[in-house]
Design a protein around this ligand. Structure first.
Ligand code: GDP
Length: 207
């Protein structure tokens, strides 16, 4: 019912290298290993789509995918670089901050951010940092936010409830009267929260 057809569009290392677009753009962000690629692929119902973002030379890039009918795409998905690899050096960290901050603060057609947070770990320092970049635009309602607590299949009911509560506390600092902030347990593997996430994505497409 919720099939998104998506195909690789383009890749760029920095905001100014991205083509401008009038199409609503949804950015997928998350720590490395949070399950972002798997989630994007599952939502697109395509096995290899977001793994295009994992090919050498593209892992630190912003990778764009066109979504919707091939002749009339109605949305763009932006797969942003995964963050938080312990091995990454200081220079790379600073570069990451700059690329992410610029994209999240300035990308004109950015409509929504889907942040993948590992349900077992909750928001880390870097997750919060990333949230800070986009928070001003979320507070005004200009950009929607959907936080998916990934790999929820690894938690029991009690742990799932705790994970939700922890994330809720963080998001409470961002929510306003105008904001559109969503939070859900998610599992690509057990297909938890998939339909709702897909519906949200659909609702953000161009009419
Ligand atoms: P990314 O680095 O955020 O793109 O993460 P990946 O999508 O590559 O996933 C990282 C690891 O988590 C892989 O070993 C996946 O098989 C695993 N994984 C992804 N999604 C799920 C899930 O829903 N449940 C479980 N149990 N494992 C998952």
């Amino acid at each position: 019912a919720w099939a998104h057809t998506a195909r690789f569009f383009t890749t760029a290392a920095q905001l100014h290298q991205l083509p401008t677009s009038e199409l609503p753009e949804v950015a997928f962000v998350g720590r490395s290993n949070a399950g972002k690629s798997t989630a994007v692929n599952t939502l697109a119902q395509q096995r290899q789509l977001a793994f295009a973002s994992k090919t050498p030379g593209r892992t630190q890039h912003i990778n764009l995918f066109q979504v919707g009918p091939k002749t009339a795409p109605d949305q763009v998905w932006a797969d942003l670089p995964g963050y938080g690899y312990a091995a990454v050096d200081r220079t790379a960290k600073l570069r990451w901050q700059e690329v992410m901050a610029q994209y999240l603060e300035l990308r004109r057609n950015l409509t929504a951010v889907v942040q993948m947070v590992d349900s077992r770990h909750g928001f880390t320092e870097l997750d919060r940092q990333l949230l800070d970049f986009v928070a001003p635009r979320v507070r005004t309602g200009e950009v929607r936010l959907l936080v998916l607590l990934t790999k929820a299949d690894k938690l029991n009911r009690k742990e799932q409830a705790e994970s939700l509560r922890g994330a809720q506390a963080v998001l409470g600092e961002i929510a306003t009267e105008e904001s559109d902030v969503g939070l859900a347990l998610f599992s690509s593997l057990a297909r938890i929260g998939l339909d709702d996430a897909a519906l949200a994505l659909r609702s953000w497409a161009a009419p």
